[in-house]
Every structure is written in C-alpha cells, then in structure tokens.
Ligand binder design. Structure first.
Ligand code: TXA
Ligand code: MG
Length: 321
C-alpha cells in the first residue's frame, strides 16, 4: 500500500525524481507524473493499464503556465479559462512542441487544466514542470474521489498519495475543444455545466462519442464502470423484476421493497451538485456489497445532472460490447 499524507515537499521530491504521486483535485484524484519526462509518462500508462492511444490531461497552476504548454489560446478559450480556472474545465488546444507526443497520443492538441485544490495548487506552484495526470483508477473503472479509493487499486504501484480529503465536485472535468471556426465543442460532460459554459461563450455543440472512438477513448460507451452489472431505468419497475441480491442507487428516495442496507441515495434534497459529488463513491460502495446487480435511475437532465446521467449510461453499457 502507498503512504498517504499531506507532505507537499515529499510529493515534489518524488515527482522531481520521475516518480508518480496521486494528487487531489476538486474533480477526482489524479495519477500525476512530470509531463515533460517521457519515462514518467510511460509509467502512468503502465500503472493505469491504459492504452497508449488515450491522451493525458496536463495540469498547470494558472493561465500563464497554461500558455507555456499551449501554442495559441483562441478568444473563447481565454474567456473560459479566465472565468473558470482554477476549476473543473479542460481545454483542448494546439500543443507546444516540447510537450511529448506520448502525452497527447500523437494528437496536435493537448488537454490542459488548472485544478482547484489548495494542496495541488501549492505543489504545482513549486514545480518547474507541468503534471500529466489521468484519473487515478485502473483504465475503465470508476474514478477515485477519496485517497482510500486510490490506495485500494493502485496503492502497490505508487509511492505516495497526497491526501486532500474528499473531492468537492466529484465528477471529472468538462472537456471543451474548438472547431476550425473556433466554436466551442464539448467532448466530455463533467463538473462544469454546459449552462455555465454557454453563459460565457454562447451556444456550444456537444459531441460525445458513444461508440468506440480511439481518438476519445474516455468516451468509450462502457467506461466509468463498476465490476457488477448495472441496470439503468425506472426503479419501481426494475425492482418488480429484480427482487433479491440487488443494490439500489436512487436519486432522492429509497424503494420500499428493498432493504435499506442495500440502497444508496445520491441527494435526499434533490441537489444535483451533491449527487455528482457522491456518485462515484456510491458506485464503489455498491460494487463491494454482497449483491449481484446494481439498479440505478437517471437524475433530472439539467446542470451536473447531464454529466451524472452520462456516467450512469456508460456504467450500464455492457462490458463485452
Ligand atoms: O477532472 C479531470 O479531468 C481528471 C483530474 C485528475 O484532472 N482527469 C481525468 O483524466 O479525468 P482522464 O485521463 O481520466 O480523462 C481524460 C480524458 C480522456 O478521455 C482523454 O481521451 C481525453 O481526456 N483527452 C485528453 N487529451 C485529449 C486530447 N488532446 N484530445 C482529445 N481528448 C483528450
Ligand atoms: Mg479517467
């Protein structure tokens, strides 16, 4: 198991010597390494068991540092960064040549973001290089929102987990790129709502891949998936068919016919931000229960509800397809 603590100087030392450290962000924990060190980057892919065609996000402390990674910030990108960084927004922009092709899987664009977490901000400010960091989970599994989640799955392979407590947003960053006319395109729904993005740059298009597209593998249909089978639908109806050895992931209310021990509620008061914050930890808890199947329902499709429903649908997609 990895050591867990809040020693920034130790994390810095490990990263400077090319090792990997799990870092807290407001979205999910990241598995970080020096983005400019190819050996560290290769090791990230290895530890996560991630295919080399799936590019990594580069983390920096602020907009000025992002400009050292990216060639040109279009007007709308700059507006979004100014408004929402640090925060759960990743921008896809043309990479500068010193960013290794390994990081971007050979693409011309790089995903860049400034995480909003006090420990990781402090770490980034002290480092002379940016951090490449995918979510700190084995490829295809649910992202970690607590240090123990990282330790359970990757603890044997990394030196240190920087303990920043529970992630505040709990959902990965929203990924925004720009088309040839510099119009914003959302490639992954996440912790920053479409409504918030549109309030700054106007209408955006959303291009989520639901089929196997090697260029955006985080968008594979089956992803963010628990090991147990998950069915998504009307819980009252589902529980008429599946009555025993089931776990329930409900938005606001328990189902009266199922034992409370096997039910998790995302937000009793119907708050979608709270639901997003709890989603991944709840899926992990259900995955560990002595049950055969997880039954879940969609949440209202507004604000972070869109990202929650996106993750639930992917979690429900059959692994074998
Ligand atoms: O909130 C987050 O974004 C977290 C924290 C740790 O920052 N990171 C994260 O990274 O979710 P990861 O690697 O699990 O997901 C990154 C997604 C992948 O689906 C990848 O395909 C996509 O971003 N991506 C990264 N760079 C890209 C690029 N240049 N073009 C298209 N997609 C890209
Ligand atoms: Mg991920």
């Amino acid at each position: 198991m990895a050591e867990i603590g809040s020693n920034i100087a130790f994390a810095k030392q490990l990263l400077e010597s090319g090792e990997l450290v799990a870092i807290p962000t407001e979205t999910v924990y990241g598995l970080a390494g020096n983005a400019l060190n190819e050996k560290s980057v290769l090791n990230i892919f290895k530890v996560k068991n991630r295919p080399a065609f799936d590019p990594l996000i580069v983390h920096v402390a602020n907009l000025a540092k992002a400009k050292e990674v990216v060639d040109d910030f279009c007007d709308k990108a700059e507006k979004l960064a100014t408004q929402y960084w640090p925060g759960p927004l990743t921008l896809l922009l043309k990479k500068k040549s010193h960013i290794p092709d390994l990081v971007t899987s050979g693409l011309e664009t790089v995903g860049v973001r400034c995480p909003d977490h006090v420990l990781t901000q402090s770490l980034l400010q002290q480092l002379s290089f940016p951090l490449a960091a995918p979510s700190a989970n084995p490829f295809g599994y649910i992202s970690p929102t607590r240090p123990e989640h990282v330790n359970e799955q990757l603890g044997d392979q990394i030196g240190y987990i920087l303990d920043g407590g529970e992630c505040r947003v709990g959902m990965e960053s929203t990924i925004v790129g720009f088309d040839l006319n510099d119009l914003p395109v959302v490639y992954r729904l996440g912790g920053l709502s479409i409504e918030n993005i549109e309030s700054i740059v106007g209408k955006v298009s959303v291009q989520l891949n639901t089929s196997s597209n090697p260029l955006a593998p985080g968008q594979l249909k089956s992803h963010y998936a628990p090991k147990k089978k998950l069915l998504l639908g009307d819980l009252e109806e589902l529980t008429k068919v599946y009555r025993s050895r089931v776990g329930i992931l409900a938005f606001q209310k328990e189902i009266s016919t199922i034992s409370s021990e096997n039910q998790l509620i995302l937000s009793q008061r119907g708050d979608l931000d709270e639901a997003a914050q709890r989603l991944f930890a709840s899926l992990r808890t259900l995955d560990k229960l002595d049950i055969d199947i997880i039954l879940a329902e969609e949440v209202p499709n507004v604000g972070l509800g869109k990202a929650i429903n996106d993750r639930l649908r992917r979690a429900a997609a059959d692994h074998k397809n």
